[in-house]
Design a protein. Structure first.
Ligand SMILES: Cc1cc2nc3c(=O)[nH]c(=O)nc-3n(C[C@H](O)[C@H](O)[C@H](O)COP(=O)(O)O)c2cc1C
Length: 369
């Protein structure tokens, strides 16, 4: 059995706990495709308040996505979004403890530029920076800026991302001049100074859902965001990813997303859900499916993802009173073996304040070291 290499990142998951964070509301509309959901504007001020609150209530990380084109529709969903890393650098200066994870799409950036940007973020945040590395999948998002290589298919984009990530890691970890002569990435006596504060390097996460995406995470990252139709499927994916990583001598955490709709009672939460369902943005939904490469003729055929999105939610949701939410989160974690959750709210200020009252303390007590 290979030796497991597991750098220390000062996260609860290293001591038997679970990691809880939020997906930053960096794009307008958040993750609910509905005209009757609260209007998230994706502004710096909205994000600043969410980040400061997330830190105040004791969450472990804040993460933002990289998004350059939205889905239009009635809500103009995600048509407005700030730059992930510039935003997170500002939020690093507004916080002291919470981890700051930003996203880079490998197709858009030279790895030496990103190595330096994350190192800068690590210094601004005093050792809290993390990198969510994604290959890019939405053709229109890249083609609009002439950055979609037609010759690079889905799996080849992950091969590209692997070389890219290896270059970033070497620039973080190795001293002196670094050269690489890969199929896609070249470094010619490349210098990258200073090095990150975190040793040996900052935290790296990925979010691929395919077999190839999982393989990329197994060999290159510390955590993988996974999905699944139900708890059993998530457990299988989580176990498989962890076992494959272990066999490769690495430790891989698994995380999932959850939209939390919390009200005083289950009935009130169901009522809120119904209000969101009534405003379902069918047009935005169709455009979102198109962005995933599904053509209009296929929209009639339901699968797990389309069925979920048809309810207006772009990620799995948990709705109810605090007691119901605690029970469901514990059930998901216990049945799947996840190492943490990235939470999303219809209204971040209300959601985070509610979370702090009973849900988060209960989860911390249940999953203490
Ligand atoms: C939690 C999460 C965050 C993601 N963030 C981004 C992002 O910021 N930018 C992006 O282009 N894609 C993002 N994606 C999409 C993934 O990188 C990936 O393309 C998608 O999950 C499909 O998986 P596959 O590439 O293995 O087919 C994200 C996915 C998830 C689940």
């Amino acid at each position: 059995m290979p030796r497991i290499s597991s750098p220390v990142f000062d996260l609860p998951s290293e001591n038997g706990g679970k990691d809880f964070g939020i997906f930053m509301p960096i794009a307008n509309g958040g993750w609910i495709l509905s005209t009757t959901a609260p209007k998230i504007d994706g502004s710096y001020e909205y994000n600043r308040r969410a980040a400061v609150l997330a830190e105040e209530i004791g969450l472990d990380f804040i993460m933002s996505m990289a998004k350059f084109r939205g889905y239009g529709g009635l809500n103009q969903q995600w048509d407005i979004s700030l730059d992930s890393t510039v935003l997170m650098s500002a939020l690093a200066a507004q916080t002291k403890r919470v981890k700051i994870w930003t996203t880079f799409q490998t197709l858009l950036h030279n790895p030496a530029v990103v190595a330096k940007m994350i190192t800068t973020l690590d210094q601004v945040s005093n050792g809290r920076a993390g990198l969510n590395v994604v290959p890019g999948a939405f053709k229109d998002e890249f083609a609009q800026m002439g950055a979609w290589p037609e010759t690079l298919g889905h799996d080849a984009r992950y091969d590209y991302a692997s070389e890219w990530m290896s270059a970033v890691r070497r620039l973080w970890e190795e001293k002196g001049e670094i050269s690489a002569n890969g199929q896609y990435i070249k470094l010619n006596h490349c210098i990258s100074e200073p090095k990150p504060i975190q040793k040996p390097r900052p935290f790296v996460v990925a979010a691929g859902q395919s077999e190839k995406g999982m393989d990329f995470a197994i060999h290159n990252t510390d955590a993988l965001f996974i999905g699944g139709r139900d708890d059993a499927e998530m457990r299988d994916i989580s176990q498989k990813a962890k076992e494959k990583a272990k066999a490769a001598g690495r430790r891989l955490r698994t995380y999932a997303m959850a939209i939390i709709v919390q009200e005083e009672t289950d009935a009130k939460a169901e009522n809120t859900m119904n209000v969101f369902r009534e405003g379902f943005d069918e047009e935005g939904f169709r455009n979102m499916l198109r962005s995933y490469g599904m053509i209009d003729a296929e929209i009639g055929k339901e699968n797990a993802m389309t069925a979920r999105a048809r309810t207006g939610f772009m990620a799995p949701h948990i709705a109810g009173s605090s007691a119901t939410i605690i029970k469901r989160i514990e059930q998901v974690i216990d049945e799947t073996g996840l190492d943490g959750l990235m939470l999303i709210f219809p209204d971040y200020e209300k959601g985070l304040k509610n979370l702090a009252k009973e849900v988060l303390p209960a989860l911390r007590a249940r999953y203490s070291a």
